[in-house]
Design a protein around this ligand. Structure first.
Ligand code: ZN
Ligand code: ZN
Length: 340
């Protein structure tokens, strides 16, 4: 199932099914060119990542200078985001981010709204509350779940799979119609940004198979689907382990989309929640945290204490029973030196 990639000059699109590529090395080429402009060609890849694509001046906030806990991105392989739809994306360094006048809070706008769309069951409440808290800890911000609004009737499309014993028909909803017809007109005055959450499947453009989510970098709205993480969509039974995996995926994608709404572009430096992803498999390789470059953007944007932020995330993951992430954040907390 090969799809044509579609450029979105202002819109960060996210996650479709596999895309063929002949430009698997292009991202690395871009990074090398960027690094060569501001230092010796002998910079190794870790130094290039710190250099954040070649801008002058400090590349990350001083508290994130030690990047030894973070993995550098490897060269993309065919099928990866950076070998497909993301191959021409320009790396967004910390300084470029600051210069781009990103979306920020103000006295009047001081909360993130998660706008439910369509039907939800009472049994969905625990997951919704968990992802709400994850966003609150990640972005150091008040986050509210807003009572559900109906999905728009226009630009829906029917889909059909017929693969032997696997037959399924369902409806997909158009991301931009949702954002323009529902989310923008209902954007609360005191919201920094608003992300729609739906259990329905989404598509961003007629040529695309689907997306998990999509968000504008500067229009303060985005939308995200929970549909494909759960066994029900694939007509498979759920186990505790698959529910856990779905929960992790749901947090990963909501963190990514809210990051876009704070004007963070896809990360081209480290393995990071802001990496573009072209499939569930690629998404599963990403962590639930922001790398030194992206964390610098967030901490600068929100004006928060990075240690307190890490502490909050450690507590959240410990409470939720995600020990791997809790331990990772605990190590970051202990890395901070000084009176704190
Ligand atoms: Zn994205
Ligand atoms: Zn990053």
């Amino acid at each position: 199932m090969i799809e044509r990639s579609t450029p979105y000059p202002k819109l960060q699109s996210f996650r479709q099914q596999s895309v063929s590529s002949v430009l698997g090395r292009f991202w690395f080429f871009l990074l090398l060119v960027g690094g060569a402009g501001c230092g010796p060609l002998s910079l190794d890849s870790r130094e290039l990542a710190r250099a954040g694509g070649g801008d002058e001046g400090p590349r990350v906030l001083p508290v994130f200078q030690d990047d030894s806990a973070f993995e550098l991105l490897e060269e993309p392989v065919p099928g990866d985001w950076r070998a497909g739809p993301g191959r021409s994306e320009r790396p967004q360094s910390f300084l470029r981010y600051v210069a781009e006048d990103p979306v920020r809070s103000s006295e009047e706008r001081n909360r993130i709204v998660l706008q439910l769309l369509g039907d939800f069951e009472k049994s969905d409440q625990a997951l919704l509350e968990s992802i709400r808290e994850f966003v609150a800890c990640s972005f150091s911000c008040r986050v509210d779940l807003a009572e559900s609004l109906p999905l728009p009737q226009s630009n829906r499309r029917s889909r059909l799979w017929n693969r032997g014993v696997f037959q399924k028909s369902w409806v997909q909803h158009h991301t931009k119609t949702i954002m323009h017809e529902v989310l923008e007109p209902n954007l609360p005055e005191d919201a920094i940004c608003c992300l729609g959450i739906t259990q329905e499947d989404l598509y961003p453009d007629p040529q695309w198979e689907y997306v998990f989510g999509q968000a504008y970098l500067h229009r303060r709205v985005g939308v995200y689907s929970l549909a494909r993480y759960f066994g029900k969509f694939w007509m498979m039974s759920e186990t505790q382990s698959t529910r856990r995996r779905a929960h992790r995926r749901a947090m990963k994608v909501i963190g990514h989309e809210v990051g876009h709404m704070f004007s963070l572009a896809h990360c081209a430096y480290y393995r990071c929640i802001m990496n573009g992803s072209n499939s569930l498999e690629e998404s599963d390789r990403l962590p639930l945290w922001f790398c030194p470059v992206c964390a610098s953007k967030l901490v600068w944007n929100r004006g928060v204490d990075p240690r307190e932020r890490y502490l909050g995330l450690e507590r959240f993951f410990r409470d939720q029973g995600f020990e791997f992430e809790a331990d990772w954040f605990a190590r970051r907390v202990s890395d901070f030196k000084g009176p704190n």
